[in-house]
Ligand binder design. Structure first.
Ligand code: BJW
Length: 296
């Protein structure tokens, strides 16, 4: 028996819409990597439950204590380097590959910096940068954020630890938030201190990346939002932007999220690693969806 015979009516509808769409956009967040063992930011076990975002994910935090911020990112590089994509990542990657092979468009926008979608075979837009990229540290007014590796402004460095002094430092101690590595021993290039090439609170996203994202949001015929709490802008505004064009929005999330209200046509509550493979599996035969309907 086909495993999709138990699909709910709304899952059938969403699968039909996905099958007939010509341009699907995904917006993903930390929740899609939770089943790979990577902590989310909010909710149970989230990083912002242990730490305050302003202590670790702002330019001001880096300026105050670059050693602490590097310990945080070096530790997260260690966690991610031991992680593998889960069925949710693979489902999105395979869906994107299938759309492209059928001459359709599929744009995957991710807020995640872990690179696991790429390991699964997906080509996402990394709107908040990458854990594996670094750049010279400069105050925000002098730092127009650029993701482009070719420009030499941001470059990839997968070394672990990122520098010898950070070896074995582990997770920052939340009780005494203070870095222990002397600044000269942190990553440097040509005498300049380096930082992770990620977008911290209060920082602008790369302009070209933003333009590409808006072009996709303005032309898609379905948006699927997965594993994000929907509280961080600009991503938090994308579902409403698409819904204003009367384009269907589907949400897959473990917890109900406020931004779904009045915006989402379909809300699927549960684990991304279970729901995404169900939603995104190929419709191999036109009769398959009819068969699902007959079972209801
Ligand atoms: C599962 C699951 C499973 C769990 N299956 N689901 C407009 C209004 C108000 C404020 C602003 C605004 N515009 C801009 C701002 C300021 C700010 C902002 O949004 N603040 C809000 C908090 C209010 N935004 C910015 O500063 C942005 N810059 C910007 O807009 O520039 C222009 C500007 C600046 C200043 C003022 C005005 C304009 C930059 C935002 C950068 C965010 N950076 C971080 C860190 C990046 C690097 C790093 O990773 O360290 O990005 S913060 C963190 O949050 C990270 C994430 O990408 C981001 C979003 O989190 P996400 O992915 O949604 O994760 P969670 O943990 O929140 O949710 C996970 C969900 O998954 C949960 O709901 C679970 O239920 C679910 N889940 N397991 C399915 N197995």
């Amino acid at each position: 028996m086909n495993r999709f015979l138990m699909a709910t009516p709304s899952m059938q509808q969403c699968r039909k819409a996905l099958a007939s769409a010509k341009h699907v956009v995904f917006l993903t967040g930390a929740g899609i990597s939770a089943e790979s063992g990577i902590p989310t930011f909010r909710g149970a076990g989230g990083l912002w439950g242990t730490y305050a975002a302003q202590d670790l994910a702002t330019w001001e935090a880096f300026e105050r204590d670059p050693s602490l911020v590097w310990e945080f990112y070096n530790y997260r590089r260690e966690v991610v380097s031991k992680s593998k994509p889960n069925p949710g990542h693979y489902a999105i990657a395979q869906f994107q590959q299938r759309m492209v092979s059928e001459g359709k468009r599929c744009t995957v926008i991710t807020q995640n910096i872990d690179g696991l979608l790429q390991v699964a075979g997906c080509s996402p837009i990394e709107m908040h940068g990458s854990l594996w990229n670094i750049k010279v540290a400069a105050p925000p007014d002098r730092d127009s954020f650029k993701f482009c590796l070719e420009e030499g402004v941001v470059w990839e460095d997968r070394a672990h630890p990122i520098c010898p002094a950070l070896a074995g430092k582990g997770q920052p101690d939340a009780a005494r938030l203070c870095g222990s590595v002397p600044v000269p021993d942190l990553p440097h290039r040509d005498g300049l201190l380096l930082r992770p090439a990620v977008v911290w609170f209060g920082e602008q996203l790369d302009r070209r990346t933003t333009a590409t994202i808006h072009a996709a949001l303005d032309t898609c015929d379905l948006l699927l939002v997965a594993g994000t709490s929907g509280v961080v802008y600009p991503a938090a505004g994308y579902a409403a932007q698409v819904a204003r064009r009367n384009v269907p929005v589907a949400i897959v999330n473990l917890d109900p999220i406020d931004t779904a209200d009045g915006v989402a046509r379909w809300v699927f509550t549960g684990m991304g690693g279970t729901l995404l493979p169900q939603l995104l599996a190929p419709v191999t035969d036109g009769k398959e969806l009819e068969a699902e309907e007959q079972v209801q």
